[in-house]
Design a protein around this ligand. Structure first.
Ligand code: UDP
Length: 479
């Protein structure tokens, strides 16, 4: 009997939730499984397949066992515009329910695809495990038909999932009188956390653009799966991994930081979406700066501020003494006067002597954070960005926008001591939380002085600043 029949390769079906920031780590997880000898099929949609494939290619030799399969996304049937296949393509909150309808039909197409898989052989066994993005509730049925276990990947850290589990079980947010009233969330004693309801993820908001029955389905899916995969590591979670396993009764596998799987690749390959000219420009600009002197500012794959808020942030950035690398999303939708202000006050061409480099496209974030010139990160606390900052040993100033980012802020600032809060209390609306104009007409909640003070503390915070830096370096080593 040959070795293959004795021990067939495990085969994984990996189905990313179609949002850029979810796809990045789950594709990396697929590549890591392949690097450990598994056969991996990543199922995606046509407009994301190139993004997925280039992420796979970036992982190099180790990802040879990965196949990317594109299955058509029935967006038009569900009333979505052409090419709308990812959450970041949804043009308005009104279309969020349509997007969920389309993803449910996509699930039916995936199930049909799986039924047509060729008869299993020793060399090509049927999938032995499904790993699915958090809103692909139908994946559990697909896994059961295949006779395989189903693992969920939320993209959240274990601490945030533990908080969500506490909220689902004890529902303290329902006892408050207003969305601003603070309540206790004692999910990880002895740490004490207080939140306002409006700071919680969308499924704990009284009204959102996601229909109620979808929320119910999402919860049923979470309860039905066999285990949870988190892009994190034990030392970062202060016991949240085992507490989450105990609270849910499920296996919780912490497999991160998965961004390190491409760490040996050159910067131009570190992020397949980064235009290589932009990547080169950023790296050359950083090369001209002193070690630990640069403040990196970015709010994730899609984070946009109302124009008035953006100007307050901009005033703080251009007046601080450190060189700033500022990634601005949605610049094409900003009013003309704001764009003119940006043009006058920032540099887009990467002159080595410029103090504020503004990048309007996709930044090679992992490479930027790893650059020795970067000394601090102003972040929206998305988990991907948080973990990339941890892996690079860079302390953070926290400005949560939405989703589970206010939960992550507590982990960064109060549990890990590697960041300080800018002091933002209100979420910044996005298409999924329902603001029709992306909060475009809103006033600035956070003034320039408040931002400046936090950045001063981050970059030059005396003994506290040194302590944050030391802890960040320790966590880098552990990661
Ligand atoms: N990212 C990037 N370049 C950009 C913006 C984002 O490489 O210009 C990556 C970042 O490295 C991270 C992901 O996109 O991997 C953002 O994920 P996160 O969870 O931080 O935020 P989200 O986009 O979900 O709000």
């Amino acid at each position: 009997m040959d070795e293959v029949t004795l021990c067939p390769k495990p085969r994984f079906l990996v189905i990313p939730w179609p949002a850029t920031s979810h796809m990045i780590p789950i594709v990396d997880i697929g590549c890591l499984l392949a690097a450990h000898g598994a056969a991996v099929t990543i199922i995606t949609t046509p407009s994301s397949s190139q993004l997925v494939q280039s992420r796979v290619d970036r992982a190099g030799q180790g990802s040879a066992g990965v196949t990317v399969t594109a299955i058509p996304f029935p967006g038009a049937e569900a009333g979505l515009p052409d090419g709308c296949e990812r959450t970041d393509h949804i043009p308005s909150p009104d279309l969020v329910p349509n997007f969920f309808v389309a993803t449910a039909r996509f699930g039916e197409a995936v199930a049909r695809h799986c039924r047509r898989l060729p008869t299993a052989t020793a060399a090509h066994p049927r999938p032995s495990c499904v790993v699915a993005g958090m809103c692909h509730t139908w994946a559990h049925g697909v896994a059961r038909e295949l006779g395989a276990p189903c693992f969920i990947f939320h993209g959240f850290c274990a601490f945030a999932l533990l908080c969500c589990e506490y909220l689902n079980t004890h529902r303290p947010h329902e006892a408050v009188g207003s969305p601003d009233e603070l309540f206790d969330l004692p999910a990880l004693p002895p740490f004490e956390f207080r939140f306002a309801r409006r700071q919680l993820p969308i499924h704990f908001q009284p009204s959102s653009s996601i229909p109620e029955d979808r929320h119910r389905e999402l919860r049923e899916f979470e309860l039905a799966v066999d285990g949870i995969v988190v892009n994190s590591f034990e030392e970062l979670e202060h016991g949240s991994v085992s507490r989450l396993a105990a609270a849910t009764g499920k296996a919780v596998l912490s497999v991160g930081p998965v961004s390190l799987c491409g760490a040996a690749a050159p910067p131009s390959l570190l992020d397949s979406r980064a235009n290589s000219d932009d990547a080169r420009l950023c790296m050359a600009w950083l090369d001209a700066k002193r070690a630990d002197s640069v403040l990196y500012v970015s709010f994730g794959s899609a984070g946009r501020m109302p124009p008035a808020q953006l100007i307050q942030l901009g005033l703080a950035l251009v007046s601080c003494p450190w060189p700033v690398l500022w990634v601005i999303k949605g610049a094409d939708t900003l009013p003309d006067d704001v764009n003119e202000w940006l043009q006058r006050n920032t540099d887009g061409s990467g002159l080595p002597e410029s103090q504020c480099l503004a990048l309007r496209g996709w930044a090679p974030q992992v490479a930027i954070l790893e650059h020795p010139a970067v000394g601090g990160f102003l972040t929206h606390c998305g988990w991907g960005s948080t973990l990339e900052s941890v892996a690079a040993g860079v302390p953070m100033a926290t400005w949560p926008f939405s989703a589970e980012q206010f939960l992550n802020e507590k982990l960064i600032v109060h549990v890990l001591g590697i960041g300080l809060s800018v002091g933002v209390t209100k979420p910044t609306e996005s298409v999924l939380t329902g603001a029709k104009d992306g909060g475009g007409k809103a006033d600035a909640d956070v003034g320039m002085e408040q931002v400046k003070q936090a950045l001063d503390m981050l970059m030059d915070g005396g003994a506290d600043g040194e302590a944050r830096k030391t802890k960040a370096k320790e966590l880098k080593a552990k990661s």
